[in-house]
Design a protein around this ligand. Structure first.
Ligand SMILES: Cc1ncc(COP(=O)(O)O)c(C=O)c1O
Length: 364
């Protein structure tokens, strides 16, 4: 993509509208069309996308927001930053996504603590959509807002629709390593709610009111750089092909490893964009296999060795009644293998061969 991206960046350098330039508006329209949301609002990072929505909802002290434990800790970070209380819930062992039953218990836990449950943040972990129907039903019953943390999953679909419209608001990240990555930090908020979109846009621009001279509310510098938008416009063109390629890589891994490891479960209501391809191995075995693969030049990663409730910064927050045993178990068992759209079969075969040899003789 070098020449297309070089040209796109050069166009920005020529027009010099580095902030809120035309590419930002073009990208926002294309992102909205891509996922079917009424509004796509570019912003500075996935973290800012979460923050903008939580600020627009005026989440603050005394409020509780349900977050899964098995996630990247940024999911709960802005909740805590705003003085609200993340209530940590467990995930399901097959999808690694928020367990609706634990989510219910977390709401009860929040009430027992005298907090006001306001929102749920399901995470579409590793690119796979959470159980959005079940979460929407719980949210409706308890009158809660849902902020979908799709930082890892933009482009994935749930019951035939792309993420972006499953929740009241959706946040995504364009961090370079994400399935749709830019050349620095970037993110976006998606919503069908016009009033929410207007507030998010204002907060993104220092709380801009009728014009730039008016501060209607407290905001932040939360904009997406025009250069990043220019890069993303080009990368979005090939994104559907890249998603297909990632799915081919994942299918090959699963076919080759299903007899020796627990391979990802997708189910028939979702598609994944495979931000990670993560297998489960027997506890104790995982670290030895990862070390052996490293010596063979096969990089792996452990997402997440420390779930939220074990992070020093988050240990003080309440855990849903019933605990988070699945998150604890996954932390000891998960191993993510190399995954990207350009992983050629011979290279992948080398990885598969190395994993199989190092797991030989063990059942999972
Ligand atoms: C689940 C999750 N939420 C939020 C974020 C934050 O995104 P960013 O790094 O763009 O701020 C990330 C990625 O880093 C993430 O993986």
């Amino acid at each position: 993509m070098k020449s297309a991206i070089d040209d796109a960046v050069a166009r920005v350098l020529a027009h010099c509208q580095f902030i809120q330039g035309p590419e930002v508006h073009v990208l926002e329209a294309e992102l909205a069309a891509f996922c079917g949301a009424r509004h796509a609002i570019g912003c500075a990072s996935g973290t800012d996308a979460l923050l903008l929505v939580l600020m627009a909802w005026q989440i603050g002290p005394g409020d509780a927001v349900i977050c899964p434990s098995f996630t990247y800790h940024a999911t709960a970070e802005m909740v805590a930053l705003l003085g609200a209380t993340p209530i940590i819930a467990d995930v399901l062992p097959d999808t690694f996504n928020l367990d609706p039953a634990s989510c219910e218990r977390a709401i009860a836990t929040a009430k027992r603590l005298g907090l006001n449950p306001r929102a749920i943040i399901p995470v579409d972990l590793f690119g796979l959509p959470a159980d959005h129907d079940a979460i929407a039903a719980i949210a409706a019953e308890h009158r809660l807002l849902v902020l979908d943390d799709a930082a890892q999953a933009f482009g994935a679909s749930y019951r035939g629709r792309r993420l972006g419209t499953m929740a009241t608001a959706t946040a995504t990240s364009f961090f370079p390593a994400k399935p749709l990555g830019c050349y620095g930090d970037g993110g976006a908020v998606f919503t069908d709610d016009d009033a929410l979109a207007a507030r998010v846009k204002s907060i993104r621009l220092h709380g801009e009111g009728v014009d730039r001279s008016e501060a209607a509310r407290i905001g932040i510098t939360g904009r997406l750089d025009t250069i990043q938008a220019a890069v993303l416009i080009e990368k979005l063109k090939i994104f559907p092909d890249e998603i297909e390629a990632r799915n081919r890589v994942a299918a090959r891994y699963s076919a080759a490893l299903a007899d020796i490891a627990i391979v990802p479960h997708i189910g028939n209501q979702s598609t994944s964009v495979w931000a990670q391809y993560t297998v489960r191995l027997k506890p104790g075995r995982r670290d030895r296999v990862a070390a052996a693969l490293k010596t063979e030049g096969v990089p792996t990663a452990i997402y997440y060795s420390k779930p939220l409730h074990r992070q020093p910064a988050y240990r003080r927050f309440p855990i849903a009644n019933g605990g988070v045993p699945v998150s604890d178990r996954l932390a000891d068992e998960v191993l993510s293998l190399p995954m990207h759209a350009y992983l050629e079969p011979p290279v992948q075969d080398r990885i598969i061969d190395a994993v199989r040899r190092n797991l030989d003789g063990s059942s999972h």
